[in-house]
Design a protein around this ligand. Sequence first.
Ligand code: NAD
Ligand code: GLY
Length: 358
Amino acid sequence: MITVAIDLQERSYPIYIGCGLLAQSHLLAAHITGSEVAIVTNETIAPLYLDQLLKGLKGYRCAEVILPDGEQYKTLEILTQVFDALLTATFSRRCTLIALGGGVIGDMAGFAAACYQRGVAFIQIPTTLLAQVDSSVGGKTGVNHPLGKNMIGAFYQPRCVLADTDTLNTLDDRQLWAGIAEIIKYGLIRDLELLTWLEQHMDQLLARESSALRYVIERSCHNKAEIVAADERESGIRATLNLGHTFGHAIETGMGYGTWLHGEAVAVGMAMAADLSQRLGWLSTTEVNRVIRLLEQARLPTRAPQAIDAARFLELMAVDKKVIDGQLRLVLLKELGHAVVSNDFAPHILEATIKNAR
Ligand code: NAD
Ligand code: GLY
């Protein structure tokens, strides 16, 4: 097992990464407060992993909250089911919520934990590659609104993250590829060595070789840990973790939540950010082609859907947490491995990028 530490003073916590960790209940026990544990999961993951988890929690009064599966259910309305279950079970403010699932479950359970009785303990057990390399770490929690992705939420850190790489064996290929998008993101924004490694070892990763998976999960978590420790609440450098996300969120919202996977939309968004960076004279054609080639190696899309026209795309992009005083800011690439947040682009350049992307 590898442990990566998130250093946030009194909110510091470990990320445990390895195989067979679901069975190692002592890892969780050290981070559970009280005797009441609610496991929040969904109808796909419950039959696969809930029993295994419950076996190690025999000494606790456990409640199971099984939500419907899908990005379209990441809503305030469905979140109410968690509060209903906690109140029905008469759980106190000493209870612990455990998220067992991908990014949707992690974001929702974390937000529920932040809100229930003004905040209870929370543990992440991410079961998708995307959640193990990104969403379970760093404390961003929340739900979607029909007008914008992740627009309702809170910063709320877990007590620990337990990433059991065995759970990735049941993930379908499309979900695995979507997770690789967020790994490529770390390479593009700050880790050229990881970018090169991905170019050279993509086949091993696509084949789910355990050493390749362990490497990318650990490396991604290290990258995220450094950024989150420097800027927990995104007043600066953390925004670079959103490379491709403003474009990507426009695709997810515009196509209807759940139609495009988050990682797929982010992949197209990163290709668009590279294109815009080239138009600003920051990236060369060779570098943009390198980005596109790597996304293609990971079986990810690089073109935006035709169904969203340029005007609608811009409208959707305007609902973004990086918009300040009506001014759109985007994460762009000064060079590969160096991201910046910038509003220094003329509207017609952005429009050209959007038109070129479809
Ligand atoms: P997801 O949670 O929808 O999971 C993908 C699918 O895989 C679901 O159908 C799920 O039921 C299934 N699944 C999960 N684990 C499985 C397993 N081990 N075996 C088989 N099937 C399994 O999607 P995701 O890609 O994990 O997460 C995307 C979400 O994460 C988005 O809502 C996005 O906004 C959010 N996100 C949050 C952050 C953050 O910092 N909080 C970062 C990135 C993404
Ligand atoms: N996934 C973006 C962040 O955690 O900041």
